[in-house]
Design a protein around this ligand. Structure first.
Ligand SMILES: C[S@@+](CC[C@H](N)C(=O)[O-])C[C@H]1O[C@@H](n2cnc3c(N)ncnc32)[C@H](O)[C@@H]1O
Length: 253
């Protein structure tokens, strides 16, 4: 039973492994600044939809007793907690994130759900997963991989730590399918959202500009399938949610 935040020591890896590139540092500063308001912001900006997106993502994981799972970019631990419920509180779940402030909020929620003896919070970089090969039955990542510095490296690590036949479920923003809806969504993301950030929320973190830009720059549905295949996954499929605003990729090793 691990109830404290852990930052595992990795032989041969220096502190720079944890801090990473300038972009990664900027992203991490932003998550540190918004950690306390992250859940509220998430609910407001997604009109509450993120709860059903996360429930749907978890439904792609076989509910087998004793499942060992890793949730990468766990943040405030919503997915890890849903996964614990989905596994009938029989699994062993590691909720890993680079950001200590986000994890601290998450750890409080884990305790509130009486899940602390099954969910361990770890500070860890998705690009350097500190578990041996073939450690997990399943890996999940909710709105995480878009933020990592080196996506190829992170996907390689995810594939490496999965057991053969293990499943990676990736919930991430993607590309709306309908061109008309895409236009409206672009207006919301690139015009309304930054305006809300500046005028209403008086945001100083840049999150309202970062969010749409990071979504625009992230590989869309089909390209992510290709990257997952290149990372070593045998079968990959995806499911669009809310018209493709979000997609769930399910990749089997
Ligand atoms: C948008 S939040 C998502 C949090 C949570 N999974 C959810 O669905 O609400 C993205 C999280 O990914 C984490 N993250 C970004 N880059 C990371 C990396 N290289 N390794 C681990 N976590 C990372 C951030 O610190 C942040 O907590």
């Amino acid at each position: 039973m691990v109830q404290t935040l852990e930052k595992p020591e990795v032989p041969g890896k220096t502190a720079s492994t944890w801090t990473g590139s300038a972009r990664e540092q900027a992203v991490q500063r932003m998550f540190t600044a918004i950690a306390r308001f992250y859940d509220l912001n998430n609910s407001l900006l997604s009109f509450g939809l993120h709860h059903s997106w996360k429930r749907k993502a978890v439904s792609y994981i076989p509910a087998q007793l004793g499942t060992r799972a890793l949730d990468l970019g766990a943040g405030t631990c919503d997915l890890a907690i849903l996964l614990d419920e989905h596994l009938n509180r029989s699994g062993q779940i590691f909720a890993a994130d680079l950001n200590e402030a986000m994890l601290r909020v998450g750890q409080k929620k884990v305790r509130g759900h009486h899940s602390a003896n099954r969910i361990s919070c770890l500070q860890m970089n998705a690009e350097h997963v500190t578990f041996p090969d073939r450690s997990f039955d399943t890996v999940t990542a909710g709105f995480c991989v878009r933020n990592v510095g080196n996506l190829t490296k992170a996907l390689g690590e995810i594939c490496r730590v999965l057991k053969p036949g293990g499943r990676f479920v990736c919930l991430e923003f993607s590309r709306p399918v309908s061109p008309v809806f895409r236009k409206f969504y672009d207006w919301y993301s690139f015009r309304l959202l930054p305006w809300i950030g500046t005028v209403v929320a008086r945001d100083g973190t840049g999150v309202y500009e970062y969010l749409p830009a990071s979504i625009r720059n992230f590989p869309h549905q089909q390209r992510l399938c290709e990257l997952l295949t290149e990372a070593g996954f045998q079968s990959v499929e995806y499911h669009n949610l809310t018209g493709g605003i979000v997609a769930i990729h399910v990749a089997v090793k």
